[in-house]
Write a protein that binds this ligand. Sequence first.
Ligand code: PLP
Length: 383
Amino acid sequence: MFEKDSKYIFQTFARQPIAIARGRGTFVWDSEGRKYLDFVSGISVNIVGHCNPAVVSAIRKQSERFIHTSNLYYSEPQMELAEKLCRLARLDKVFFCNSGTEAVEAALKLAAKVTGKKEFIAMEGSFHGRTIGSLSVTHEEKFRIPFQHVLMKDVKFVRYNDADALRGAVSKDTAAVLIEPIQGESGVRIPSDGYLRSVREICDENGVLLILDEVQTAFGRTGRWFCKEYSGITPDIMTLAKALGGGLPLGAMLAREGIAKSFTKGDHGSTFGGNPLACSAGLAMIGVVKKENLVGRSRQLGDYFVRKLGNINSSQIKEVRGRGLMVGIELNIKGDKVVDAMREKGVLINCTAGNVLRFLPPLIIKKEHVDRVTAMLETVLEK
Ligand code: PLP
């Protein structure tokens, strides 16, 4: 089976050597029938667990009505989801697309149109996607360097969690500042209290837009519906994807009314964006998060998980950090062997930035799952 992958598929992913055959709740099974506790959730996507009955039922029902119409026509699931998102996020308008990178592209275009300016400021350690615009504002050089010659030129990177660095970088040409409320891909980096409020103030003082990238952090992942709630700020533009479609591909850019109205007919578009199937699944996902109070559960279990990990006595651990069920352990060693050892023992985790173990379980996990993963990790690190 793996030979077909290397023969027919672009080799752009470093894949784990298993093929997932089915999933249910917090578990997946591979093609050999081995069972795994899933602490990756398809990279923060399956927050209500695999094949959640409410999501499956919504997809089934919608697929029997109509699957696709394009954006040439109105569609009820899209309008319903847009209303829910605006209310939850306290923003006014939604543009639907299919992924995180597309949401960021939309945000860059909107900011450029609203301000008429060309410069963007992003953060060191940022990750916003891999298409040309979002790659231009992604900091990691190994992603950017091969494409440097076609990337946007007017991008400045400043130190994350350093308000003075941002203040010094803003200029009369700056259209927007782009920021993740917690940096996910560069290793679950949590800024200090008050930093995002300072970023908001700097943007306001200079007439610069603030784009908040909540692609990885939204829908309870960090113990609030949106991570922005910890700082009390409202961005001008916000990007969403990952968990948004209940497992189906869906992205969104949200904005305040005064900014959104700058995009007029033809300024942006997408054939699939806001697909009825994905929007129905997204509505079901939000329903489950509300009904089962998964936001509060994420906060409580996340605190417990970080405390338990903090009690592991290992010289390999440099730091444990997390907010809600977005948890990272920075190691003194590379993380890939730990990921392999955990997988062999039946637990899926992820390693990012080379040495940070990242845990993004579905928000429906139980305390006993946290205990199992912590105990197993302790054994693996001992070895
Ligand atoms: N923005 C953030 C903060 C992300 O974490 C990611 C993906 O990891 C993206 C954007 C890109 O999302 P996608 O892979 O759906 O294009």
